[in-house]
Write a protein that binds this ligand. Structure first.
Ligand SMILES: [Zn+2]
Length: 280
């Protein structure tokens, strides 16, 4: 019954994720403090403003819950005092069966049979900005190591210490520059409320609550998100939803070059309701 609406909402989530990739790639390429990144953030900001304006003009404000968030922040990469694992005394890649060291600030190592203790010991204090853990000792707050795909040894660099790019993410989730934004507006949310920082793993529980879906097992908690909600949540499929309703977005609307035509047609499809019958 509500499946089409759920699809619409999920599409919206996906489109924001797609949009966010432009700020992500610009941050990697030019750095988070660059003029290019600032320009991209302001373009995304204008796009969000435009979307909110069209939601208001379409009479949807009292029916639609809108969440603006992202998956991570961005840190400027430090180019001095770099960590070079192959230069570490007594370390040799001939002791390693598998390594993944060239993607982001995290490293994964599978030492050869009987070499785990040796590799762990030589890397442990090799560089003040490099952190080395056995899988079972990796900090729980990273929500990372409790997975069969994670290797017996894990490495991560302090914020800014990574091999590539001018900007990077994936550092310690307690680092301020790894924090992201969260804004929400709509009938389910209290107005003018500022909440304490929370972990992004809780957003899944919130989305499930808003959509009336029973969540799969996950690391988050709805309890942490409840203070921002009117409970019981006012479901978005309000009987007074206008019909039929189309949110018009065209490539010439007002950000040429920012919203490409495929994004526009996807957004257009996601915001086009065929009438009340498809929702109830
Ligand atoms: Zn990225």
């Amino acid at each position: 019954m509500h499946f089409s609406f759920i699809k619409i909402l999920l599409k919206q989530v996906i489109h924001f994720l797609l949009k966010e990739t432009s700020t992500d790639s610009t941050g990697h390429k030019y750095g988070p403090e660059s003029a290019e990144r600032r320009n991209m953030v302001s373009q995304v900001d204008r796009t969000v403003g435009y979307l909110r304006k069209r939601i208001a003009e379409s009479g949807l404000e009292s029916n639609l819950n809108l969440i603006i968030t992202s998956d991570h922040g961005m840190e400027t990469v430090i180019k001095t005092n770099e960590i070079h694992i192959r230069m570490v005394e007594n370390f040799t890649f001939s002791d390693i069966q598998f390594e993944l060291l060239d993607y982001g600030p995290n490293g994964l190592l599978v030492p050869k049979e009987g070499k785990l203790e040796h590799v762990y010991t030589v890397l442990k204090n090799a560089h003040p900005k490099l952190h080395v853990y056995k899988k079972e000792e990796f900090p729980k707050r990273f929500h990372y190591a409790n997975n069969s795909r994670i290797t017996p040894l894990l490495l991560y660099g302090d914020p800014g210490y990574v091999q590539f790019n001018k900007g990077e993410h994936g550092f310690d989730n307690e680092d301020m520059n790894m924090k992201t934004i969260f804004r929400a507006v709509g009938p389910a949310f209290k107005q003018g409320l500022v909440v304490e920082p929370f972990e992004s793993v809780n957003v899944y529980a919130l989305l499930c609550e808003l959509l009336g879906i029973t969540p799969e097992p996950h690391d988050g908690s709805l309890e942490i998100m409840k203070p921002m909600l009117y409970l019981p949540v006012r479901l978005p499929w309000h009987p007074k939803l206008p019909e039929p309703l189309t949110l018009r977005v065209t490539p010439s609307d007002p950000f040429p070059g920012v919203i490409n035509s495929s994004w526009v047609s996807a957004l257009k499809a996601s915001m086009t309701y065929t009438g009340r019958n498809s929702l109830f």
